[in-house]
Design a protein around this ligand. Sequence first.
Ligand SMILES: [Cu+2]
Length: 114
Amino acid sequence: MKKAVIAISILLFLFIAGCSQQQAASSPLKLNLGQEVTVVIKDFKFNPAAITVKPGTTIVWENQDKASHTVKLPNWESEELFQGSTTKKTLTDPGTYNYVCGIHPSMKGTIIVE
Ligand SMILES: [Cu+2]
């Protein structure tokens, strides 16, 4: 009886160890959920213009200009941001995201998700 309990315990341990290893292998990326990075829009510039973040980071853009701006990524555009307003976007897929202001396309920024 005691041997059976020990055998079951060992099997259970191996099973759990196997499961957690499999999980680690299938999700190599650690998401940075809840983390925020702020980009200030001022004098018709994104500041900082280029940032590198971990997957799951939320980017917050804050417009301090009197002029309105937007944040236009390849697959998403914010609504018009008036002075003092913010918008945010969470990026989970690794890659390089070049973006512009939809109203003033000469304003450029880059987010690298690695
Ligand atoms: Cu603009």
